[in-house]
Ligand binder design. Structure first.
Ligand code: AMP
Ligand code: MG
Length: 342
């Protein structure tokens, strides 16, 4: 298929927005910019259209999708109930990088939830994403717009690289601000539980809800046969073609450990100010404690290391708190949980 590539810089470009809306209403696939990562969108109320997302990405059939809305009025028809906690979270963090899992309404097709009785809902803050949802006039199911397993796309060029010829349209709305996927919290259990960390931090969720559990799968590989609360967390994921190793320890310890790796085939991802410690090609992702900078940079850097032909990437283990919780969660999966303590 011929993929149309259009640039939309403002929500005032109504003709271009209508073109995207038309593709979506006709049951097609359109990649859209959001503040987290680029999303691959289809009409969430059209099971056949949603099925095409799985085919275009090569996404496992048991990994449910997030449904994107543009305003609060669009929520009630999609869910069976809206608990007080959901209202409090929405007031605090919507529109924004937070996905809330709620009991699903009958209008949500099986293809979206993969048989789960619950549905994941998010209201993105990106003005172009918001305008596309409004123009389409339907809620949009959208996972990240990458080939399944690859690092998520944070520019339209990343989307083009993975999905050219596989989707109807790609809307270029510039670089994504947050850089990692949304925080996912479920309100369908006994207590609120964080399933996937993201741009809204565990600390921010706790400030609104009080106690918030952290799902075991956030930091740990699941045992064989163990059933994940968030199906997406069970896969090796976010991985470049290169082998990724997370290195935990001081900068000096990491620098001496890196001497075991040749400079031809190995690159290093580190924090600002560490680059001179390595004879290797380095990619820096921000000051050591700047979680938002790490999130913004990380997927682009993993893709760049592949483009530059490296076979191994050593990455300095980020902190565990704040937005870095999301960065660590993604890197553990990119590294297939290979962590070297030095
Ligand atoms: P992606 O859109 O590629 O960022 O992936 C969406 C994430 O949300 C995956 O990790 C899914 O497993 C998770 N998710 C979506 N719907 C549900 C649901 N109903 N219950 C639990 N997790 C969900
Ligand atoms: Mg994804």
């Amino acid at each position: 298929m011929n993929t149309q590539f259009i640039k939309i810089e403002s929500p005032e470009e109504t003709e271009k927005l209508k073109a995207a809306g038309k593709v979506l209403r006709a049951g097609g696939l359109c990649a859209i910019p959001t503040e987290t990562v680029y999303g691959l969108a289809a009409n969430a109320l059209d099971g056949e259209a949603v099925q095409k997302i799985f085919e275009a990405k090569g996404r496992p059939q048991d990994n449910p999708l997030i449904v994107h809305i543009s305003c609060m009025e669009e929520l009630p028809p999609l869910v069976r109930e809206i608990p007080q906690a959901a209202i409090a979270l929405a007031e605090a963090y919507w529109p924004g990088p937070l996905t809330i899992i709620l009991p699903k309404a009958d209008c949500i097709p099986e293809a979206v939830t993969c048989g789960h009785p619950t549905v994941a809902i998010r209201m993105p803050s990106h003005p172009i994403a918001n305008a596309i949802i409004r123009t389409a006039g339907v809620p949009l199911a959208a996972p990240s717009a990458n080939l399944s397993g690859k690092p998520s796309p944070t520019t339209a060029q990343h989307v083009l690289h993975d999905l050219d010829g596989r989707v109807d349209m790609i809307v270029d709305g510039g670089e994504c601000a947050v850089g990692v996927e949304s925080t996912v919290i479920t309100l369908c259990g006994e207590k609120p539980r964080l399933l996937r960390p993201g741009g809204i931090t565990w600390e921010q969720l706790s400030a609104v809800l009080g106690e918030v559990e952290v799902d075991k799968a956030v930091f740990h590989a699941l045992d064989k046969g163990e059933k994940p609360a968030s199906p997406g967390m069970k896969y090796q994921h976010y991985s470049p073609d290169a082998d990724v190793l997370l290195i935990k320890g001081s900068r000096q310890a990491m620098a001496s450990y890196a001497q075991n790796y040749d400079t031809q085939s190995t690159a290093v991802v580190c924090f600002d100010g560490e680059e001179t410690l390595f004879p290797h090609k380095t990619y820096t992702i921000g000051a050591p404690q700047d979680g938002s900078a790490h999130a913004h940079a990380i997927f682009g850097v993993l893709r760049q290391a592949d483009a530059d032909g490296f076979q191994t990437v050593l990455i300095h283990h980020p902190p565990r708190d704040g937005v870095d919780m999301a960065v660590l969660n993604r890197l553990l999966r990119a590294a297939a949980f290979q962590v070297v303590e030095v």
